[in-house]
Write a protein that binds this ligand. Sequence first.
Ligand SMILES: [Zn+2]
Length: 95
Amino acid sequence: MTGRHPNNFNGQCLPKSVALYLLSDLYMGYYYVNKNIQKNGDHEVHKPGCSFMPKSENRMFLGEFPGCRGAVVEAKKYYLQSNGCYYCCNTCHTQ
Ligand SMILES: [Zn+2]
């Protein structure tokens, strides 16, 4: 076992872009931004169910979006340095 493999979707090795498109961009979803800053200065955007979702007092509801891109754009209205969570919003995670 070598830990988590976000690219490995149900045991099938789909191309990363396809797997993440299926996971995150095909349906409307609720998005939240972490009010607290990360070590690198980012405010991370999360979807419900993410194991890194901040506690309710530490997150702000952004709204419902068809994908994480819109959610990150919304988050940047509040926090200039917003970024998609590596785990639940990987297509919008930069660096
Ligand atoms: Zn997340």
